[in-house]
Ligand binder design. Structure first.
Ligand SMILES: NC(=O)c1ccc[n+]([C@@H]2O[C@H](COP(=O)([O-])OP(=O)(O)OC[C@H]3O[C@@H](n4cnc5c(N)ncnc54)[C@H](O)[C@@H]3O)[C@@H](O)[C@H]2O)c1
Length: 371
C-alpha cells in the first residue's frame, strides 16, 4: 500500500503522524511511504531521516494526498484540505467527528473511509490511541503548573519541591485516571505534598498501592474537593465522565477562596473543564488570572512537547497502521475488533453509532453480514 504523511496544518499542531522508524517498519512490510517535505521538522525529524528510512519526500501536500492510498495524520483535515478527499481514500487520524459535523459530511460525500484514533477501543473499553496523550498531558501538568506558580507569571512564588528546611508545595489532583496518575507520578517525584481524588475506589487503591505513603488518596465529593483545593498551591483537573461534559467540581466561590497566586491547570477543559472559572486557552496565550488564581486551560497540551508526543502517539498508532496496510481496511477490521470500532465512515456510509447520531443518519457496518 502507498502510505502518505502530509505536514499538519492545524494551528499550533507540531506533531507528525509517522516517525522515520515508523517509515522503516512500513517499508519492511513491503509498503511505500511518501512524506511531505518538512512534515517532521517541528517534532525534530528532518527530511533526510525519512529518506534514510526509505521514504520518498515530496514538495507539496497535494502530491502526498493524491498519491497515497492511506493518509496518516494527527489532526482532522482542515477545510483547506477537503479538496484532497476522494473516493477510496483511507484516512487514519484523530477525527472527533461527533463534534465536527461539517467534516463528517465531507468524508461521506467524498466516500472516504476514515478511522478515528479516538474511537479505536479495546475489549476493556479503554481507548489505546487516546491514552498516550493523557499520559503526556498528565506529566506535563505539573511542569506547567510549576511555571504558573512563578512570581513573574502571577503565581505565588512557590517552588513545588520546597528546599532544605522549607515546606514543599501542595498539589491536589482531581481524577485518578490515566492523566491523573501520571500527574501524580511527576508530583510525587519532585517531592511535592500530593493529594489525589477520585470517585472510583479501585483507582484510589491503585494509586495507593503504587505510591505507598508518599501520596494521600481521598474519595472525591463536594466537601473534600472544596477543602483540598482551597489549601492547594496547584490544583490539577483530570476528571472525565465518558460521553458527558465534565462535572464542574470546583465552584467559582471555591476559586475565590484559593490562596492568592495559586495555580489551576485544567486538563478536562476539552470536555468543558472541572472548574466554573475555566475557559479554553491556547499555547500562544496559555494562562489568564481570575480571582488571583493563575488558570492554565490549554486544550491541546501535548502539542507543546511535539517530540515526545509524536513518539508517544506513533508508538500506539503504528501497529494499527501496519495492520491496515498489510491486510486492507476490511480484512484488518475483521481481524481486529478494536480497529473495527474505530471506523467512522466507509465509502459514503457512516459506520460509528455516535457519529451517525451526530449526523442524524443511520449507521451501517461493512461487516454487518458477519453477525
Ligand atoms: N488538555 C489536554 O491537552 C488534554 C490532553 C489529554 C487528555 N485530556 C483530558 O484529560 C481528561 C482525563 O483523561 P484520562 O485519559 O485521564 O481519563 P480517565 O478516564 O483515565 O480518568 C478520568 C478519571 O476521572 C474520574 N472521575 C469521574 N468523576 C469524578 C469526580 N466527580 N471526582 C473525581 N474523579 C472523577 C474517573 O473515575 C477516572 O478515574 C479528559 O477530559 C481528557 O480529554 C486533556
Amino acid at each position: 500500500m502507498i502510505v502518505g504523511v502530509p505536514a499538519e496544518t492545524k494551528p499550533d499542531e507540531r506533531r507528525v503522524a509517522l516517525t522515520p522508524a515508523g517509515a522503516t517498519a512500513l517499508k519492511a512490510h513491503g509498503h511505500s511511504v511518501i512524506v511531505q517535505r518538512g512534515a517532521g521538522e517541528p517534532s525534530g525529524h528532518d527530511d533526510q531521516a525519512y529518506r534514510n528510512a526509505g521514504a520518498r519526500v515530496v514538495n507539496s501536500a497535494a502530491r502526498v494526498w493524491n498519491a497515497a492510498e492511506m493518509i496518516l495524520k494527527v489532526k482532522e483535515p482542515q477545510p483547506a484540505e477537503y479538496r484532497y478527499l476522494r473516493p477510496g481514500l483511507i484516512l487514519f487520524t484523530y477525527l472527533h467527528l461527533a463534534a465536527a459535523v461539517a467534516l463528517g459530511r465531507e468524508l461521506l460525500d467524498h466516500r472516504v473511509s476514515a478511522i478515528g484514533y479516538e474511537t479505536v477501543q479495546l475489549a476493556d473499553q479503554s481507548l489505546p490511541l487516546l491514552a498516550p496523550m493523557s499520559e503526556v498531558a498528565g506529566r506535563l501538568a505539573v511542569q506547567v503548573g510549576a511555571w504558573c506558580l512563578e512570581a513573574r507569571n502571577g503565581g505565588r512564588g512557590v517552588l513545588l519541591s520546597g528546599a532544605s528546611g522549607v515546606k514543599p508545595g501542595k498539589i491536589v489532583i482531581l481524577g485518578a485516571g490515566i492523566a491523573g496518575t501520571n500527574a501524580c507520578r511527576v508530583a510525587a517525584g519532585i517531592g511535592a505534598e500530593v493529594t489525589i481524588m477520585d470517585v472510583n475506589p479501585s483507582r484510589l487503591r491503585y494509586v495507593s498501592d503504587m505510591f505507598g505513603g508518599r501520596v494521600t488518596t481521598l474519595m472525591s465529593n463536594r466537601a473534600t474537593v472544596e477543602e483540598e483545593v482551597t489549601q492547594a498551591d496547584l490544583a490539577i483537573g483530570t476528571v472525565l465522565v465518558p460521553g458527558a461534559k465534565t462535572p464542574r467540581l470546583i465552584a467559582a466561590r471555591t476559586v475565590r477562596r484559593m490562596k492568592p497566586g495559586a495555580a489551576l491547570v485544567d486538563l478536562s477543559i476539552d470536555q468543558g473543564g472541572v472548574s466554573e472559572t475555566s475557559r479554553p486557552t491556547t499555547h500562544a496565550q496559555p494562562v489568564y488570572i481570575r480571582d488571583r488564581v493563575v488558570h492554565y486551560c490549554v486544550t491541546n497540551m501535548p502539542g507543546v512537547v511535539p517530540h515526545t508526543s509524536t513518539y508517544a502517539l506513533t508508538n500506539a498508532t503504528l501497529s494499527y497502521a501496519l495492520e491496515i496496510a498489510d491486510h486492507g481496511l476490511l480484512e484488518a477490521g475483521a481481524r481486529n475488533p478494536a480497529l473495527r470500532l474505530g471506523l467512522n465512515t466507509y465509502q459514503g456510509k457512516v459506520v460509528h453509532p455516535a457519529v451517525a447520531e451526530a449526523l442524524s443518519l443511520k449507521p451501517h457496518s461493512p461487516w454487518e453480514h458477519e453477525r
